[in-house]
Design a binder for this molecule. Sequence first.
Ligand SMILES: Cc1cc2nc3c(=O)[nH]c(=O)nc-3n(C[C@H](O)[C@H](O)[C@H](O)COP(=O)(O)O)c2cc1C
Length: 204
Amino acid sequence: MQHLIISAHPNQGSFSNSLVDALKKDSEHNDVKVVVRNLYDLDFNPVLSSADLAQIKNGETPADIAKEQKLLGEADIISLVYPLWWGSFPAVLKGYFDRVLTNGFAFKVTPNGAEGLLKGKKAFLHTSMGNSVEEYENKGILKAFRQIHGQEVFGFVGVEVAGHLFYPRISESSPEMKEKYIEEALGFYKTVMLDEEVVDIVAK
Ligand SMILES: Cc1cc2nc3c(=O)[nH]c(=O)nc-3n(C[C@H](O)[C@H](O)[C@H](O)COP(=O)(O)O)c2cc1C
């Protein structure tokens, strides 16, 4: 079992990166191999360039993209931890998807439409935000976040979105509240993974 954690928050002391540390520790405690990719620490280049597109079209993959693809390919569980910026991903994370989820690696185009190639993996999304969940529910766009951040990316490439957790008003939250969110997140993984075990046992 391999757990790939992709972090897209620039600050070490952020709630997002505290959550990354807790997820890493918890997985390692359960004998799961963990790989953390903090896109800021990596100084990941998020701009899909004309040169990239030409190389990919020729069947060549730029080295930095190939490295991330290998890690995605090896992962059973993918966790994405990021703050909501302008209703979306931080640019570095959007660019990671633009460059890493290439045609031929993450999906292929068939006469019946696109087909995801990263099947058999589960994704967990964690979005911290300044607003409350209710504000986005009232605007009718919480569902859109789930669809656009989850299904339109992971669903499209064949990865099952196992859960999307939102952490509201995070900058005003007390340390105790942040700790509670982290405990709830760890518990959520256990519930999902345990359900899978039960299904497997029944299936046998
Ligand atoms: C550039 C930028 C854009 C932001 N846009 C939004 C937004 O659209 N909606 C929102 O609720 N919060 C927004 N915020 C607030 C961040 O989501 C919040 O500060 C972040 O989740 C804090 O993360 P952390 O607790 O992991 O440090 C924005 C913050 C920045 C810096």
